[in-house]
Design a binder for this molecule. Structure first.
Ligand code: NIG
Ligand code: FE
Length: 407
């Protein structure tokens, strides 16, 4: 068992599977390196050597993983893990035939979660989100993005971001907070967008409360022009930006995000040729969310065609109460193989280095020298069990910076 040693040699690795470091696009997403009978040397939380056990450098501290398959830890690039209330009545109504959009248009859906969340204190929000993030971590995600977006007003948005900050201080996983502009108020939206750009974004940037700004660009949410205005404000204040787009209608958000150099465009269920072409020609990550396809019964985002067009595809859980109550990054990976037609190798790449790229990170997601030693020891000798397993957890232990997380 590694303790506080500065250097540990991990052995007893039946297979070590890793994509290349950094963003992987198109056909490169399939190119994993799989080393049999592997070993990995970790120094001060960073991978310094990977290869076959027979070639391993000498090391005083050895940790035998007992024949486990090892992969990089997963990165969940898209969650809305902080919310209060529930959407069980919505769920029943949808199953009975109402649509997600009609519930939202009638003031329910996201707006009902906003009302519940706005009434919660920071400690209540922390207590509600803690077990959700713990479940994601158990499922293999050592890095997670967490959005605001259920605040009815600016103070409740800021409370959500402060709750994420407190949750980040409690865990060894990395939490990255995102300011999400989710839906505009029913009236006075021009004033609202102006205040977002002139008050909320400057404050969030100055107080370092978020690492990025996100917008829900959709008929029932923000328009393309409102999104452009918000992105410009984010850029002016030094914050990267990303987008929820093409969930129900392709209204131009994806093209805008690619034009302005967004980190990622997420959802893409309704994307067509123009959006696929834009993402294929850009370094903006195309993040697909199979939990939404499953829970809302939407058509799946065209991940296969995106990869064929040369895009960098990532996968996230989109953990949220309305469209994806999915708190397993491993299950998101496994579902992307079934619903988005990714190969297991592409799905591993999508959930590691490409998901990290969607968060602007290039220091993690691959088990190669120089990368963070965030990795998974599986309860299987074959890494493909990570993509195969549905409903039980194939992750035995999550290691963050070379140290096991005991849960
Ligand atoms: O990513 N579509 C917009 N936002 C979330 C859903 C939020 C909710 O329904 O509460 C999503 O799907
Ligand atoms: Fe989302």
């Amino acid at each position: 068992m590694p303790g506080a040693e500065t250097e540990t040699l991990f052995t007893g690795i039946s297979q070590l599977a890793s994509p290349g470091a950094g963003q992987q696009r198109g056909a490169a997403m399939r190119q994993l390196t799989v080393t049999q009978n592997a070993a990995m040397l970790v120094r001060k939380g960073t991978v310094v050597w990977v290869g076959q056990k027979a070639d391993a450098p000498p090391c005083e501290h050895v940790c035998d993983l007992g024949g486990a398959a090892v992969t990089p830890a997963l990165v969940d690039p898209h969650t809305h893990a902080v919310w209060a209330g529930d959407r069980l009545a919505d769920f029943e109504a949808r199953v009975a035939g109402q649509t997600y959009e009609s519930i939202l248009a009638a003031g329910g859906g996201i707006r009902s979660t906003m009302r519940a969340t706005a009434g919660a204190s920071i400690p209540e929000l922390v207590d509600l989100a803690r077990p959700r993030l713990a479940a994601l971590l158990r499922s293999g995600a050592a890095t997670m993005e967490v959005k605001s977006g259920y605040g009815l007003d600016f103070p409740s948005e800021l409370r959500t971001l402060l709750a994420v900050q407190l949750l980040g201080e409690e865990t060894r996983a990395t939490l990255l907070p995102t300011l999400l502009l989710h839906v505009p108020p029913a009236s006075g939206r021009a004033d609202y967008v102006r205040a977002v750009c002139q008050e909320l974004i400057p404050q969030v940037a100055a107080e370092e409360l978020a690492s990025a700004v996100d917008v829900f660009c959709e008929r029932e949410a923000f328009s393309v022009e409102e999104t452009r205005t918000i992105f410009r404000a984010a850029r002016k204040h030094g914050l990267p930006f990303k987008l929820h787009a093409d969930q129900f209608h392709a209204i131009g958000g994806t093209e805008l995000a690619c034009e302005l150099g967004a980190l990622s465009v997420d959802h893409l269920e309704a994307s067509g040729e123009a959006q696929i072409k834009a993402l294929g020609a850009s370094s903006t990550v195309a993040t697909v969310l199979p939990g939404v396809t499953l829970h809302l019964g939407l058509s799946a985002a065209p991940a296969r065609r995106l990869i064929e067009a040369g895009a960098c595809v990532a996968v996230g859980t989109d953990l949220n109460p309305g469209s994806s109550p999915l708190s397993s990054a491993q299950l998101a990976l496994a579902l992307s193989v079934r619903l988005n037609a990714l190969t297991p190798a592409e799905a591993l790449t999508a959930c590691t280095v490409n998901a990290a790229a969607a968060l602007g990170l290039s220091d993690r997601g691959a088990l190669l020298p120089g990368q963070r030693a965030d990795f998974l020891a599986l309860s299987s000798a074959d890494w493909r069990d990570l993509a195969y397993t549905l409903g039980s957890n194939p992750v035995q232990t999550v290691y963050v910076a070379g140290q096991p997380i005991r849960q």
